[in-house]
Write a protein that binds this ligand. Structure first.
Ligand code: CP
Length: 307
């Protein structure tokens, strides 16, 4: 694939190729000298129109560990604030001959729009409520690492499904590799028809997490809600929050996951977020290796010669 725009159009084989490539890169991140010459001479631009801690930093670290030159542009300190359009911004960046643009944008489809217009490779780092492919891939990597395989696992994804690009990308990825996906959230936060993508839909969190191998909690996306939040934060936390009591319904060795940033005390109790079943920082650690794999594969899978 020239671009990584989403999981929707990746095959099971594509997904395993990315996970296996990431497994090869993971060890580099624990070395004393964490750099290999693989992408030496390549230029990667991180173009972020929305806030990010994990994704932007780990794409930057991933590029640097592969010896690419990485440049970060955040919209708030760019000429976007002077009214420059996305297309003009991107064409000007492309005139500097980057090899890859990693892009986060609030509009669903923004990276697809650029991919149709630019010659360089585009990697989607999150587009609106649509997809967040690198997040789903690092989630699958983490689950496979902890559980040994993905096929047949019961994965509950709970919370604000409607606004979650993480949920959508994970739904595509997990069903493609043979996991059973159960979605749970209030009716206002579960998009109608999502079961057509192969998930069970529940409105009672207990039904989704009973006997689950993995419980993935989602951040309630306050910035993407309409004028009124329904249910209220307090009700949401009471009926859809993960805590030590309802987690007992899941398998005793169930993994607790969260893409971050967490609203502690809203969708997840701190006792669970910091508890023995959580793999939340493993997700972040694996994010670097998975993003190294994505950059390497999008760059053509060719290593620079050692010398
Ligand atoms: N999980 C995730 O995308 O986090 P950031 O918004 O901090 O990048």
């Amino acid at each position: 694939h020239k671009h990584i725009l989403g999981i929707e159009h990746l095959s099971r084989e594509d997904i395993f190729q990315i996970l296996d490539t990431a497994a090869g890169f993971k060890e580099i991140n624990t070395r004393a000298i964490k750099k290999v010459p693989t992408l030496r001479g390549r230029t990667i631009i991180n173009l972020f129109f929305e806030a990010s801690t994990r994704t932007r930093t780990s794409f930057e670290i991933a590029g640097k560990r592969l010896s690419a030159d990485t440049v970060n542009i955040s919209a708030s300190s760019s000429s976007v604030v002077k009214g420059e359009t996305l297309e003009d911004t991107a064409r000007n960046i492309e005139a500097m001959h980057p090899d890859i643009i990693v892009m986060r944008h609030g509009a669903s489809g923004a990276p697809h729009y650029l991919a149709e217009r630019l010659n360089c490779a585009i990697v989607n780092a999150g587009d609106g409520a649509h997809e967040h492919p690198s997040q789903a891939l690092l989630d699958l990597f983490t689950i496979r690492e902890k559980k040994g395989s993905l096929e047949g696992l019961k994965v509950a994804i709970v919370g604000d499904i409607a606004h979650s690009r993480v949920a959508r990308s994970n739904l595509y990825a997990l069903t493609r590799v043979g996991a059973e996906v159960r979605l749970a959230g209030p009716g206002t936060m579960v998009p109608p028809g999502i079961e057509k993508l192969g998930a069970e839909v529940h409105h009672d969190i207990n039904d989704a997490i009973r006997d689950a191998d993995v419980v993935m909690m989602l951040r309630i996306q306050l910035e993407r809600q309409g004028k009124t939040l329904l249910p209220s934060l307090r009700e949401f936390s009471r009926f859809y929050g993960l805590n030590q009591d309802n987690l007992k319904l899941a398998r005793p060795d169930a993994l607790v996951m969260h893409p971050g940033p967490m609203n502690r005390g809203v969708e997840i109790a701190s006792s669970v977020a910091d508890g023995p079943q959580n793999v939340i920082l493993d997700q972040v650690e694996n994010g670097v290796a998975v993003r190294m794999a994505l950059l390497y594969l999008v760059a053509g899978g060719e290593a620079a010669e050692e010398s």
